[in-house]
Design a protein around this ligand. Structure first.
Ligand SMILES: [Zn+2]
Length: 219
């Protein structure tokens, strides 16, 4: 289903605002007080209308950007080593599958042996943080004599330090994104509440105006 810029509440609110704006633009008020009131309402309606259009568009664009990012990640090349034959190269993902700790990993088809293997890192950045924590703890283990016990990797303290440095940099980037997302989501929660409030308010105003028009028509 194609995503829409405006949700149902926004569509109704924009229609109500249009109605009120039209009414005040057409209404030829004779008395000064009503003319002034109409001016104020018009200005408020314009501000609200612009705010809704701007927020809905920003929300839509950031969601599209997110989808685009996911698509790009699937088209990207990753430096991976085939877990079957050890062939090391740059691969494009050909799918996703569950791997260690239940995380999702990209799958790659080895150009040498033709088998599909799982990538090194989970697809999701938060899973990658957990994965790194476990991985770094595992490879940092030492025996009683102070030698690294990992059989899978040839580790040195220097290599581990570099990995920790890269990992912290990555983690910080993810946390900054999380913080920005939270600010954005909090803003949207407050905005949605405001839209609901304005909707109730505008429905009442429309009712009042429609009542006035009917009375005027009768007269
Ligand atoms: Zn292979």
């Amino acid at each position: 289903m194609e995503e829409k810029v405006f949700n149902q509440d926004e569509i109704e609110l924009l229609e109500l605002l249009e109605f009120v704006l039209c009414y005040h633009a057409k209404a030829a008020f004779t008395d000064e007080a009503k003319l002034k009131e109409g001016d104020t309402v018009r200005k408020e309606c314009e501000v609200l209308k612009n705010q809704i259009i701007e927020t809905a568009n920003t929300r839509y664009e950031s969601h599209q950007e997110l989808l685009e990012k996911k698509k790009i990640r699937l088209k990207d090349y990753y430096d991976e080593g085939c877990t079957y034959c050890g062939f090391y190269s740059s691969f494009q993902p050909n799918g996703e599958a569950e791997g260690d700790y239940g995380f999702r990993f990209y799958t790659f088809r080895c150009a040498k042996c033709g088998k599909d293997f799982l990538g090194q890192l989970p697809v999701d950045d938060h899973d990658t943080i957990v994965w790194h924590d476990i991985f770094l703890k595992e490879i940092s283990k030492k025996d009683k004599r102070g030698n690294f016990t990992s059989k899978k990797f040839n580790v040195t303290q220097e290599k581990i330090d570099t990995m920790i440095e890269h990992f912290n940099f990555f983690k910080e980037k993810v946390l900054i994104c999380d913080r920005n997302e939270k600010v954005h989501n909090d803003f949207l929660i407050a905005y949605n509440l405001d839209v609901t409030k304005q909707l109730l308010n505008l429905r009442e105003i429309k009712k009042k105006i429609t009542g006035e028009i009917i009375i005027e028509d009768i007269n």
